[in-house]
Design a protein around this ligand. Sequence first.
Ligand SMILES: NC(=O)c1ccc[n+]([C@@H]2O[C@H](COP(=O)([O-])OP(=O)(O)OC[C@H]3O[C@@H](n4cnc5c(N)ncnc54)[C@H](O)[C@@H]3O)[C@@H](O)[C@H]2O)c1
Length: 303
Amino acid sequence: MKVLVTGGAGFIGSNIVKALEAKGAKVIVLDNFSHSGYKNLFDVKAEIICADILDESIYKKLPKLDAVFHEAAITDTILKDDTKMMEVNFNGFKNVLNFCVKNNIKFVYASSAGVYGEGPSPMKEGQKCIPHNIYGYSKYLGDCFVRELWKNNKNLPSIIGLRYFNVYGPGESHKGSSASITYQLYLQMKKKLNPRVFNYGEQKRDFIYVKDIVNVNLEALNSKESAILNVGTGKARSFNDIIFILNKEMKSNLKTEYFDNPYKDTYQNFTESDTTLLNKILKVKADFSLEKGIGDYINNYLG
Ligand SMILES: NC(=O)c1ccc[n+]([C@@H]2O[C@H](COP(=O)([O-])OP(=O)(O)OC[C@H]3O[C@@H](n4cnc5c(N)ncnc54)[C@H](O)[C@@H]3O)[C@@H](O)[C@H]2O)c1
């Protein structure tokens, strides 16, 4: 099996690449390395193509493929360059999707819980989306484009959109301030600094471990269905919970410092996925609770 992973040098993409290779797939990584964790690729065999998904000439040079995992995107959700966000996350997305449709290639792509904004939880795939920033909007437009395609066309390849909730795990260190809150808190606590979170740490999110994300992508590869699906644990947990678990795993007893949230207007205070469709269509459930995921992350990767 020959598979393309766009954004394969990034956090989630590189984890998908490794899992595909472990299953014997021949993998091509297409990434422009603008925000890459290139160190994540040291032990992969994949062919690396350094190119931009906006460059339409690149698609003519690709070999025959069985599937495309589309992870490439601008992932800094507070980036102020709206034009760039829209170009890469919407125009670039359409380029990759159109290539797959034209060549009848299975398409599995990364959408985001960011499409829901402050919508009611548990968030369901069919509910009204009110994205709170240009990142969420760019992902929402991608999902709308796919739904229009389904309305107007028959005989399309299988297309699976995955609305990831808050992902954490090995391979995210290059993301800096857009890495997971778990990783940010770990870095502070490793330096023996008190962990700092927005007042009063009871913001809740659906945190999902990257190994579960990879597993869902592999199930999507095996599925003949087409759908847009939430990918979360189905259980919101608080920032205070993360600090409690980190203290336990790092054998520390650091006290939390709370401060005012400067992004109040665009911040998602509560996200929780409804995973009914994910469970029904891909027949998969998250295996890692927050305790199990952070335990694996600290003990097997961060040390
Ligand atoms: N990490 C999360 O919590 C999360 C949550 C929801 C959705 N997602 C989505 O999952 C996908 C992967 O995110 P990630 O966390 O691994 O981020 P990441 O920033 O680590 O990976 C993105 C990769 O895309 C590449 N890239 C950016 N622009 C490109 C372009 N124009 N052409 C080619 N490559 C380009 C970057 O170099 C990087 O390697 C993204 O689509 C993101 O929106 C992530």
